[in-house]
Design a protein. Sequence first.
Length: 491
Amino acid sequence: MTDRKRLSSLADIAGSASRPGYEPGRHGRGIVHLGVGAFHRAHQADYTDAALAARGGDWRVVGVSLRGHDVADALNPQNGLYTLIERDAAGARARVIGSVERVIAASREPAALMQALVDPATRIVSMTVTEKAYGIDRARMTVALNHSAVAADLAKPAQPSGVLGVLTEALKRRRASGTAPFTVLCCDNLPDNGAFVRAGVIDFARRSDPALADWIAADVAFPSSMVDRITPAATQRTLDDAQQMTGCVDHAAIETEPFRQWVIEDRFPGGRPAWETGGALFVDDVRPYETMKLRMLNGSHSMLAYAGFLTGRRYVRDTVGPAGFRPLVMRHLSTAASTLRPLPGIELDAYAADILARFANPAIAHETRQISMDGTEKLPQRLLAPAVELLAKSADTEPIAFAVAAWMRYCLGRLDDGTAYALNDPRETDIAKAISGVRSPSDLARALHALPGLFPDRLRSDPKWLDAVSSRLGRMMTDGMEAAVASELAH
Ligand code: CS2
């Protein structure tokens, strides 16, 4: 094993893996991507690889890790090359991706980050940094002053470390040097994600430099996008399979499902790669696609993650397999679909059936624990917004009440057998404080509904909704999670 060569050039590849359809070194960079984790490598970098092969162009990606340096340490010695493995029941296929040029670990080399961002060759700055990294208050569409990165960057705007601070400082320097701005492309699972980041950046800039804020408002494009590809964390098996399929040691290999989807608003004043050659769909308004994906795929994902994790179902596939609770997932999908407006070209029943088949993929080991994290960042768009709309039309909210009760049960931090686990939520301290000493399910439900800025007033004040949630939470606490799932199935 150890005498194998580390993947670092296309000439090293000796195995079934296919190679990029172009010579990576012949293409310059055009994109800086913040948050170069598994999802980016399975999604945007893959589409960019397809675009480079089909149409060429100087669109390689400089990846950035805003916090750690593991990805930089894995990818840089490999000249950015890594193996992307697609798995399904029929087997596994591997491709070596050539679209990433290198990775900057920003905490180690902050100057290199700014240099890449102000480089006129950088025409797009995209990001997948997860919901909690932004520090934007959605209700007010302003910066969240209590967000640690926002607070630190407002205090020292010239040495930023967070997303808003980094984007604003880079745009400020480009404006000062007369360089055209880059397009900002958010690829996180957030509704109206372009407008969301735009509001955050403009508000951040306005606090120190109103003229800069006006320039950003007038001249910087923030197209929205909807992204989709189920990508579990890589494991030792991923790395072993990559080695077997490339003949090289690859510390940056990842695995994913065959399905991928990307819907993007076509507003790129500085140009863009021909992502449509990889199957991306360019539309005028991404919002209906984003709402569909957030409420159907991500909403049912969150429901099955809490119910699955708390009943000892380690992987998503176990929740929809023979020993799972597939009808609850189907019920959630159809409730979520009932909140959507028709979208030309999309059959919601077929979309739901595809989601179920993707969840059931026997070759993808996606941990329910992974999806359970950051619930306070995920619930509003996935579960609470559709619940409000259902209540407004007096429709059945019980499937969503079950999902919310399962999240609340998860917030208690102990399995039925008493085993403790970490919540992994940016508001876990607030949650612990809110429920400390609270015993009854209805008081717990009320305490969690009262967390500032999380639940919409419409839900907090609706007795029927509160009862639907707390009666389910009560069953989960008294009879155990498995019995609560069975009772919900019998409902
Ligand atoms: C998941 C998503 O972890 C989660 O919260 O729901 O990451 C999901 O796998 C992706 O959005 C699929 O595109």
